[in-house]
Design a protein around this ligand. Structure first.
Ligand code: ZN
Length: 340
C-alpha cells in the first residue's frame, strides 16, 4: 500500500462535540446523543481530510477524550476517577493521572465503533492510532504492577487484542504513539522496543510508530526551548527503532531543531515526515511542505517518504488545522510530481 500523505493522528473536535482548545476536554453531550455526535464528527473528519487531499486518513480521534485515555477508559484495572498528580515525561510536566489498581483487562473491544464509521466513509487507506505501551505506563499512576516494564507488557497484550479487532473492522494502518520514546532512551533500548513489537505481534496490516516532541502546549514549547540548537533525541532512539518490526516511523521535522541527517538512521523504514507545525497557527504553504520533503529526501529515498503533521492537532483551532491540511495535501502532490 502506498500513499503520499497522512496525519499524525488527532484533529480538533467540533465545538458542538467537546470543549475546544483543550487536550482533555469535557464532552458537550451525553448518552445516545454523545454516541451519535462522535460518529458524526468522525465522518466529518474523514471528509475534511479527503477534501484536503490526504491520502491515508485517520478518524481524527474524534471519539476519544485524549490520545492515551481513550483506550484506557475501555479497560478494567484502572480507576479513572482516582487521579494522582505526578510528573510525567521525565519531569517535563505534572499531570493528574488515573491509577492502576489491579491487573488490567479488556472486557470488550474499545474502538471498533469509530473504525466502522471511519471505514464506511474513507475512500482510501485508513489509519488508526493507539497509545504505545511505554507512553501508557508513563501517563498513569501505578499502584499495582509497581514496575514499568511489567506494566508495559500487560498493556502490550491488551493493545494486541484490540488491534486484531481493529484489523477485522477494516483498518489499513495501525500506529502506536510513543512520545515517551523521546525521553527514556535507556528504557527504549531495554524493553520499550520489545513491548512495541509485542503489541504488534502477528498484526498483518501496516505498523507505524509516532515519536514526537509533543502537542503545541505550553509545557512542551518550554521544554523544546531548552533543548538547544540541535535536538539529538532521534539520534539516540532511531537505532533502536530500526530493529523493531514497524514499517513506518512518524516524526517531527517542520520548524524543529531536528538535524535532518538523523533520518538516515531509520534504515529500511518508511518515514512519515512532519511537514506541518502543530505548535504554531501560521498556515504553511504547499511550497514549504514540498521543501520539507525535499530536505528529508536528502537522507531517505523519496519513495519511502510520506508527508504528515509533526504531531496531533487536537488542541488547535479547527479552521486553521484544516487549512494546514490543505497545504499538506497540495505540498505532498507537488513533491511527488518532481521526486525522482
Ligand atoms: Zn505527537
Amino acid at each position: 500500500m502506498t500513499y503520499r500523505s497522512t496525519v499524525a493522528g488527532s484533529l480538533p473536535k467540533p465545538a458542538w462535540l467537546a470543549e475546544t482548545g483543550k487536550l482533555w476536554p469535557q464532552w458537550r453531550l451525553s448518552g445516545d446523543a454523545l454516541v451519535e455526535a462522535k460518529r458524526d464528527a468522525t465522518i466529518l473528519a474523514i471528509e475534511e481530510q479527503s477534501h484536503a487531499g490526504i491520502g491515508c486518513v485517520s478518524d481524527g480521534e474524534q471519539a476519544r477524550v485524549h490520545f492515551v485515555h481513550g483506550f484506557l477508559q475501555g479497560l478494567e484495572g484502572i480507576d479513572s476517577e482516582r487521579k494522582q498528580r505526578r510528573f510525567i515525561r521525565d519531569g517535563r510536566y505534572e499531570a493528574d493521572c488515573p491509577t492502576i489498581v489491579g491487573a488490567v483487562r479488556r472486557p470488550a473491544p474499545v474502538h471498533v465503533a469509530e473504525v466502522a464509521a471511519a471505514r464506511a466513509f474513507a475512500r482510501g487507506p485508513l489509519k488508526f492510532t493507539l497509545p504505545g505501551p511505554m507512553t501508557i505506563v508513563d501517563t498513569l499512576y501505578d499502584e499495582h504492577y509497581r514496575d514499568r516494564k511489567t506494566a508495559a507488557f500487560a498493556f502490550a497484550k491488551l493493545l494486541n487484542e484490540e488491534m486484531r479487532d481493529l484489523v477485522a473492522a477494516g483498518v489499513d494502518v495501525i500506529q502506536l504513539d510513543e512520545p515517551a520514546f523521546n525521553v527514556f532512551f535507556d528504557e527504549v533500548d531495554d524493553w520499550g522496543i520489545d513491548a512495541l513489537d509485542a503489541a504488534f505481534d502477528g498484526i498483518a496490516v501496516r505498523r507505524a510508530v509516532h515519536v514526537c516532541y509533543g502537542y503545541g502546549i505550553e509545557a512542551n514549547i518550554k521544554w523544546k526551548s531548552e533543548l538547544g540548537a540541535e535536538w539529538d533525541q532521534y539520534a539516540h532512539i532511531f537505532p533502536f527503532i530500526s530493529r523493531s518490526c514497524v514499517d513506518e516511523v512518524s516524526i517531527e521535522l517542520a520548524n524543529s531543531h531536528v538535524p535532518p541527517h538523523v533520518l538516515g538512521g531509520l534504515k529500511d523504514k518508511d518515514v512519515a515526515v512532519g511537514c506541518i507545525d502543530v505548535a504554531n497557527d501560521r498556515i504553511e504553504t504547499a511550497d514549504e511542505v514540498r521543501a520539507t520533503l525535499a530536505l528529508a529526501a536528502r537522507y531517505v529515498a523519496p519513495e519511502r517518504l510520506i508527508a504528515s503533521t509533526n504531531c496531533g492537532m487536537a488542541p488547535m483551532n479547527r479552521t486553521i488545522a484544516y487549512a494546514k491540511l490543505h497545504a499538506l495535501g497540495a505540498g505532498a502532490d507537488a513533491f511527488a510530481a518532481i521526486a525522482p
